[in-house]
Design a protein around this ligand. Structure first.
Ligand code: C2O
Ligand code: CU
Ligand code: CU
Length: 606
């Protein structure tokens, strides 16, 4: 177990010019990064005298230290809270965890939260999954400085479900979440209460995260560009902030409220004895009927409500939830590099345990799984404002930048199609744009295959009118393609295999431009702020079918979502309402390293 040794090896590799960090020295890259600052500084919102809260609490962001591994304590950042008004069940601390307290709210409650920044850096908190006004949503423009207080006031409009609260400061979300700032927020309502699902000690939150520790038990975070491009991966799985997590259960049904709170790691959850997983809810609350899956994919930001029935199991037996084998979520090249650079870590897509349920008590009585859970208000495509013209969310990834709709995040940079009329329902399509094709503003439908093949260069060559933003903002070097190694490549999708190696200077020739696309292509959990959406369809290109087969049975489309994992070569259509609130609502990759690199944009609801 020598993470330190591994780390210095990694540093050696990056300093010697191998690895994506090499690109960070390029002028174009630095230019692109510079363009990402420029968030306004606003006066923090204060309590409004007209708002009469049912629930009010203070929420502190501060540094602290906790015992995670044996030996030295670990320095963390964490949320703590103090209830001022409202039911005492509103806040529940997780003993010994760096995670923030569990927050439990009722639909219809009016809530005031006073956020105290006791860190030494700016922060802001976002209520991931909640449908709240734009100025209460924790957009990075509301970031407060150390010592400041930001007051949130909103009414809980959501149906019952599990949500997340976490920081959202410009370019520092991942780092703050990684160091411990995150917590689960539950909403309850009457529809849920009627079901009498397992509650109290029979309802267990499971927040899954991965972390990398040094030999002094301190957290190591992304140190180079490679870590950021692929997302940062730890070598230890923590559940609720604890390593080797175990729960002691009775032989009856439990409700497990699972959240992937990792910055980048994707899990394929399955019970070790092959018992299928009974899913009763996802991001946006309960499904209409339970779904039984052989395994479930869970990407960063996604939640899962699981009915875990240990009935009939013997005292002394145990069941382990594992992440099972899968492939295709990381760039092929990163996989190869990963082999060299992360020799001691826990590869994404390998098989490893997450937590253990030990049956310590035999009981004869257990609640029954309801066959009807809830009623979801589905919107047909015909109810959308744009049934023939889906709003594009084009993913482009490259060694220089992670973009959406061809642009890195920039405040107040709303493109035409990013303006949405309030109280409309929109059809949207999330797809891999492979660089330059983001200029949907001028096209009738998302252009995907038409422009496909170019990962990083995004429109340097085949870009013309509609691509100015992309080619330049990424590289800062215009259309002629001033990068030696990139020039002279052809758009040949068949050549992709060799691309991976050539670029890294590790032998093998450059493939086509397509090679770049393929090489960097990876899975992205795309998250949209505001109301929950429904998934209409998913389709994947034939090239990616083999990898896709390792994950495809783990997706759930029968519930409302706010985050969806988009696999390489995959196209996902969603229907999302934009009701009640005007203003800026973000959409971004919930691989938080990607988010901080700029894979984030705003919709302006007006
Ligand atoms: Cu969970 Cu904008 O994020
Ligand atoms: Cu969110
Ligand atoms: Cu991403």
């Amino acid at each position: 177990m020598s993470s330190l040794k591994n780390y210095s090896r990694r540093r050696f590799l990056t300093q010697s010019g191998l690895g994506l960090v090499a690109f960070a020295g390029m002028p174009g890259f630095l230019q692109a990064m510079e363009g990402m600052h420029g968030m306004p500084k606003l006066t923090p919102n204060k309590a409004s005298p007209n708002f009469k809260p049912d629930v009010e609490f203070d929420l502190f962001c501060q540094s602290g230290s906790v015992s995670i591994l044996s030996g030295q304590q670990t320095q963390v950042q964490q949320y703590t809270a103090l209830l001022k008004t409202g039911p005492k069940e509103t806040l529940t601390n997780i003993a010994g965890s760096y995670l923030g307290p569990l927050i439990s709210l009722q639909k219809g409650q009016k809530v005031r939260i006073n956020l105290y920044n006791k860190l030494t850096e700016p922060t802001v908190t976002h209520w991931h999954g909640l449908h709240v006004p734009a100025n209460m949503d924790g957009h990075p423009q509301y970031t407060i400085d150390p010592g400041e207080i930001l007051v949130y006031e909103f009414e809980v409009l959501n149906r019952a479900g599990m949500n997340i609260y976490h920081p959202h400061p410009h370019e520092a979300t991942a780092k703050q979440v990684y160091h411990g700032l995150a917590g689960a927020l539950f909403v309850h309502d009457d529809e849920e209460a009627k079901l009498e699902l397992p509650a109290g000690e029979y309802e267990i939150p499971i927040v899954i995260q991965d972390r990398l520790f040094d030999e002094q038990n301190q957290l190591i975070y992304a140190r180079n560009m490679h870590d950021r491009m692929t997302g940062f991966y730890g070598n230890r799985i923590l559940v609720n902030g604890r390593p080797d997590f175990q729960i002691d259960v009775a032989s009856r049904a439990y409700r497990l409220r699972i959240l992937n709170g990792s910055t980048a790691r994707i899990y394929k959850l399955g019970w070790d004895d092959g018992t299928p997983i009974t899913v009763i809810g996802v991001d946006g609350g309960l499904l209409e009927q339970p779904e039984v899956k052989p395994y479930v994919m869970l990407a960063p930001g996604e939640r899962l409500d699981v009915w875990a029935d240990f009935s009939g199991r013997n005292e002394g037996s145990q069941l382990v939830m594992r992440s099972l084998d899968f492939s295709g979520v990381l760039p092929k090249m990163a996989g190869r590099m990963g082999g060299m650079m992360h020799a001691n870590t826990l590869p994404v897509g390998s098989n490893y345990p997450i937590f253990t349920a030990r049956i310590t008590k035999k009981v004869s009585d257990s609640p029954k799984l309801p066959s009807q859970l809830s009623k979801i208000n589905w919107h047909p495509i015909s109810a959308t404002a744009n049934p023939d013209k889906p709003l594009p969310i084009g993913i482009s990834e490259g060694p220089m930048a992670m973009l959406l709709n061809s642009r890195p995040y920039k405040f107040d940079d709303i493109q035409d199609f990013e303006r949405i009329k309030v109280n409309t329902i929109q059809l949207m399509e999330i797809f891999h744009a492979h660089g330059g094709s983001g200029g949907h503003g001028k096209e009738s439908a998302p252009a995907t295959e038409e422009h496909g093949g170019m990962g990083m260069m995004g429109g340097m060559k085949h870009g013309n009118d509609d691509q100015k933003g992309s080619g330049q903002s990424m590289m800062g070097m215009g259309h002629k393609g001033g990068m030696g190694m990139m020039s002279g490549m052809k758009h040949d999708d068949d050549d992709q295999k060799s691309g991976g190696q050539g670029m890294m200077g590790m032998g093998g020739g450059m493939g086509g431009m397509g090679g770049m696309g393929m090489m960097m292509t990876m899975a992205h959990p795309i998250h949209l702020h505001g109301q929950q959406f429904q998934i209409v369809s998913r389709s994947v290109s034939a090239d990616n079918a083999a990898d896709y087969a390792t994950v495809r049975d783990g997706f759930i489309e029968s519930g409302l979502k706010d985050t969806v994992l988009v696999m390489p070569g995959e196209k996902v259509r969603i229907i999302k309402p934009f009701q009640d609130f005007k203003g800026l609502f973000m959409y971004h990759c919930h691989n938080l390293e990607h988010e901080d690199m700029g894979m984030m944009r705003d919709f302006l609801i007006e």
